[in-house]
Design a protein around this ligand. Structure first.
Ligand SMILES: Nc1nc2c(ncn2[C@@H]2O[C@H](COP(=O)(O)OP(=O)(O)OP(=O)(O)O)[C@@H](O)[C@H]2O)c(=O)[nH]1
Ligand SMILES: [Mg+2]
Length: 305
């Protein structure tokens, strides 16, 4: 219950946007008719669920309501929950989700500038420590001079070891050192920070591929996880970011941050409908504890109940 309460407050802007508007609509129109669904369509689009997701939800609702002979719009909440749940659950198929099954488990964190990569690493490190894992973090963001310091602040705050780097150093060489260190220290989870980059800059994407390759040479199978951190407030651009990073690196999943700051958290559903890349974690605030393991049922419940 505590978890759901926290999730609800983290998602409150989206919840207000979606749930209150649908409630308002039910108040105006008690019939689940064409006019109702047209209005509903607008509400879903305004929450950033996207055209594909919205169309699937609307046609799914039409089908289910016909089959079950539902006429009243007051049943819309159940119908919506069913549809969104099935969209979200479908996105989990075909991806390996058995995390931390090998040691060291190497996580590479990627994304465009300012999405919340470094913050997420602090939060993840804290989470793994809490599960009694031995954690190491690596500063493979050598682009900004202050990036290493920022990561170090997190390392100190959370209490984990860190592999440092020099500004301008080849990120792949830091990755190499980090994997070596993880192997020799008996680390359970190695989390590598990388510099933010525009997904459209191919030379920078090549640099990430190199980091990945070098990790794999050091330790076959590494990185075991590549997580793309996406800022939920960026809207539909999140989709093209995810697609391009996935094509370049083969993503294990997404971390969707800053859900607390947007009324457009429906982007989670858009991603599930269009990309089939699972959202693994969601960020709902700036505090170290503001990271939740994404669970579609709790998400839908926090949004619509
Ligand atoms: N409200 C909110 N803010 C967040 C969340 N996650 C990160 N932030 C904030 O987003 C800002 C950028 O976070 P960073 O972790 O530095 O982002 P980054 O991706 O590492 O940035 P670069 O390394 O410059 O590409 C900081 O002010 C964070 O506090 C979140 O879930 N909610
Ligand atoms: Mg950073």
């Amino acid at each position: 219950m505590f978890f759901l309460g926290k999730l609800k407050s983290g998602l409150s802007k989206t919840r207000d946007n979606l749930l209150d508007k649908v409630k308002g609509l039910v108040g105006i129109n008690p019939q689940l008719d064409r006019a109702f669904l047209e209005e509903l369509e607008g509400i879903l689009l305004s929450a950033d669920i996207g055209v594909v997701g919205t169309n699937r939800i609307i046609s799914g609702i039409q089908e289910e309501s016909k089959k079950k002979n539902i006429k009243g719009s007051d049943k819309i909440f159940e119908l919506l929950r069913n549809r969104i749940n099935s969209l979200l659950e479908n996105s989990y198929k075909n991806r390996n989700l058995s995390d931390l099954s090998t040691k060291p488990w190497v996580q590479m964190i990627v994304g465009v500038n300012g999405t919340g990569k470094t913050t997420t690493i602090g939060k993840l490190a804290k989470r793994y420590l809490g599960d009694n894992r031995k954690v190491l973090i690596a500063a493979c963001d050598t682009f900004r001079a202050a990036a290493g310091e920022q990561l170090e602040i997190w390392a100190n705050r959370v209490g984990v070891d860190m592999i440092r780097s020099q500004p301008g150093q080849d990120p792949a060489s830091v990755a190499f050192d980090a994997v070596q260190a993880a192997l020799s220290r008996g680390t359970d989870v190695l989390i590598a920070d990388t510099a933010g980059r525009l997904h459209t800059k191919s030379n920078l994407m090549e640099e990430l591929k190199k980091v990945k390759r070098v990790m794999g040479k050091c330790l076959p199978g590494a990185p075991q996880e590549i997580l793309l951190v996406v800022d939920a407030t960026t809207g539909q651009n999140a989709l093209s970011q995810a697609k391009i990073f996935d094509d370049a690196l083969g993503l294990s999943g997404l971390v969707l941050t800053k859900l607390d700051g947007t009324a457009k958290g429906g982007i989670v559903v858009a991603i599930a409908s269009e990309l089939k890349i699972p959202v693994k974690w969601i960020g709902v605030g700036e505090d170290v504890s503001d990271l939740e393991k994404f669970d579609s049922k709790s998400f839908v419940e926090a949004l619509l109940e």
